[in-house]
Each structure stands twice: as structure tokens, then as C-alpha cells.
Write a protein that binds this ligand. Structure first.
Ligand code: URA
Ligand code: SF4
Length: 206
């Protein structure tokens, strides 16, 4: 299983996005509505990587437009990130879910899906060529930094890492969905820590 054969060897983000619509690199394309490719500024200084599209993203064809996206957008605004500096994408480009009655329940993509979809993520990073990559949560971290990645250990610190664009700065933080799942008594602190990490990211490219 791999997306590699679908990734065009040349062209920019628009060409990648168009080609990804026809990707059958793993089984997730079939039950999903559409490929949800990355979006934002093709010349972004900061490229953010989430896990996979959710229900809302699957229907609209854009990343981070559902509840987690609202948290992310609010955090980025508070951190002083300008839209023109951002490109947002996911480790996996199709929504993985199970049916529960009439509802589609999010299922974490497995290593096979993450590995199959990585060529798209690598191509995005190479072609956007950002100054800094922000890893949102464990799935993105494992895809880009290896299976030993632990968000609790590595969050909030700017690291130098090999990326598909070359040696670049990388900063990990928690996934905005994790904030939504926190108990009410710790959620405000969880969100504040998230915004502090995003501020570190913005400061690193300013
Ligand atoms: N969660 C993600 O990781 N990505 C999205 O695009 C939406 C929710
Ligand atoms: Fe292709 Fe990724 Fe979708 Fe799998 S999840 S079909 S590899 S775009």
C-alpha cells in the first residue's frame, strides 16, 4: 500500500492536490467522500500537520474546518500567526471511520495508512519548503519523527530535524482534538499550553 505512484514528480501544491483526488494508495479512499489535501499559503513559513480529516473535513474537502479546526484557528489567532504564513495538512488524507448507527465515528489511522499516505506529506513539505514544521499530536509525530515519538516528551521545544525539505526546525504540540477531550477542570490549562507552543512556533520564524 502506497501513494507513491500517484504523486506527480513535478509541479507545485496545486498539481499535487489535483493528483491526490485520484489516490488509491490505501483502502481509505473507498468509503470516504473525497481526498482532503492540505490548504493554505504555498509559500508558508509554518507547515502544520494534523492526523486525518474528520467528518466535517471529509464533507467539505478542506482540512481543519470542524470542531478541532475551530480550536486550532483560535489558537493560531491568539498566537499571532498570520494566515499568509501558514499551510495546514494531515498525515493521512482520507477520513477513516466506522459506522455507529447513522453516525460516522472517527477511527485512528493505522500504521499502514500513515505509511501509505506519507508520500503526499513528504511532497507537500518538500514543495512548500517551510521554515518550521508544527507536528500536532502522535499520528503526525510518528509519521515524521518515527515510531518512538512521544508528544508528552517532545512538545513545545524547537528541534532541528531532517525533513523532506532538508534540515528544518520542527516543533511538536498536542492535537487540538485532545484539548476537546480533556476534562473541564484541566481544559483551560491544556488550551493555554497549546497556545504557548504555537507562540513558540511563530516566534521561531519571526
Ligand atoms: N483533525 C485533524 O487531525 N485534521 C483535520 O483536518 C481535522 C481534525
Ligand atoms: Fe491515498 Fe492517503 Fe487516501 Fe490512502 S489515505 S487513499 S494513501 S490519499
Amino acid at each position: 500500500m502506497s501513494a507513491a505512484e500517484y504523486v506527480p514528480p513535478a509541479g507545485g501544491i496545486a498539481e499535487l492536490r489535483a493528483a491526490a483526488q485520484d489516490c488509491h494508495g490505501c483502502e481509505l479512499w473507498e468509503p470516504a467522500t473525497q481526498t482532503v489535501f492540505g490548504a493554505g499559503s504555498p509559500g508558508a513559513k509554518i507547515l502544520l500537520v494534523g492526523e486525518q480529516p474528520g467528518d466535517a473535513e471529509d464533507q467539505r474537502g478542506l482540512p481543519f474546518v470542524g470542531p478541532a479546526g475551530k480550536v486550532l484557528q483560535k489558537g493560531l489567532d491568539e498566537a499571532g500567526a498570520d494566515r499568509s504564513m501558514l499551510y495546514v495538512t494531515n498525515a493521512v488524507k482520507h477520513f477513516r471511520f466506522t459506522w455507529q448507527g447513522k453516525r460516522r465515528l472517527h477511527q485512528t489511522p493505522d500504521a499502514g495508512n500513515v505509511n501509505a499516505c506519507r508520500p503526499w506529506l513528504e511532497a507537500e513539505i518538500a514543495r512548500v519548503d517551510p521554515e518550521l514544521v508544527v507536528v500536532l499530536g502522535a499520528t503526525a509525530g510518528k509519521s515524521l519523527l518515527g515510531s518512538g515519538f512521544r508528544v508528552t516528551k517532545e512538545r513545545g521545544v524547537v528541534q532541528e530535524r531532517d525533513t523532506p525539505a532538508g534540515r528544518r526546525r520542527v516543533l511538536a504540540t498536542i492535537h487540538p482534538s485532545a484539548i476537546l477531550r480533556m476534562d473541564a477542570d484541566v481544559r483551560d490549562q491544556g488550551y493555554a499550553d497549546f497556545v504557548a507552543d504555537l507562540r513558540t512556533a511563530v516566534a521561531a520564524v519571526s
